[in-house]
Write a protein that binds this ligand. Sequence first.
Ligand SMILES: *Cc1c(COP(=O)(O)O)cnc(C)c1O
Ligand code: SF4
Length: 358
Amino acid sequence: MSEEWKNQIKDQINTLEQLEEIINVTDSEREAIETLNTRWGTTPYFASLMDKDDPDCPIRKQVVPSLHEKNNKYGMTDYLVWKENRDTDEVRPDSIARQYKDRVAFTVLQKCGIYCRHCFRKELVVDDDLKLDFDVDEGIEWIRQHPEVRDVLITGGDPLLLSDEQIGYLIESLRDIPHVEMIRIGSRLPVVLPHRITDDLKKILGGYHDVPIWLNTQCNHPKEITDKTRRAVYDLVTSGVNVGNQAVLLKGINDDAQVMRELHQKLLSARIRPYYIFYCEPAPGIDHFRTPVEKGAELIRDGLRGHTTGLAQPMYVIATNIGKIPLMPDYYTMDKDEEKYVLRNHRGELTELPNIPE
Ligand SMILES: *Cc1c(COP(=O)(O)O)cnc(C)c1O
Ligand code: SF4
């Protein structure tokens, strides 16, 4: 039973024939699959959440290739080299991406549970354009030699697709490094393959330790949260792993105040703490998912801040080569002089507060 997750990977849906058994594939979807030279695929579990007849289904759009991927007016070539500062003087293993002094992203493999059509790392995980060498021991050794790194974000691909033994080795090796204070895991599996959270994995990730594990998943639409995901998150949280969410703002999927509110409320009801909403990054071939930059701040203004639980508030950020830049709504402070601040709330009401000189 606990090996069910391996079957889900083995039985991955990644051919037109398999897809046709699950949904009524449209002509343009068929043409995209047949003509685009791209890696795509999903677990049968996540595929089962797709609407059979609606090509605009939010899950289907994240899974099935689209002819729009041919357009690349606004995407940057060699996006990841720019974004992950791979072309700088600092000598680092391929597995280490760095934008900050105290924390790094540690890429440990290229495989994923689903190959998201909007993936900003698609040059690496989807299109295979960027050839990198992910040597886990080399990465661990580099971290060991950099005492300023206190926070290691294990990413991919999807790191939870590694075997239990490999994950155990990785966690133990990082916890063995005196300056590593916390470990983060970026994994979509609690959403696209919740079966991966097995009893054995809970033993590896769970239990009390001075160096905690924080896991951020990616869930973009309320339809993605099922009882299976709720259970997997409960299992993680109760074994001691903190679970957060990093949503991506996607045109036609969640660029709507009501959908965003429902998503963030549902995340909390599944014990997942909203962390970020990312602006959809200018990777090549994903123009059709991108909105104007302001859109995310507008959604927070119109759907989240003040409109629902304070815990349901992610920060809206644009991820760049120099780090994540917040782009939050800016209506709160309406006016300010030596005597007072004029503040505005989500209903448009104003209030005043005395200003204190320094
Ligand atoms: C996103 C990212 C981090 C983590 O950023 P936080 O804002 O701390 O979550 C660290 N390093 C790289 C290279 C990243 O892309
Ligand atoms: S799971 Fe993450 S890395 Fe993998 S395809 Fe989706 S967005 Fe990209």
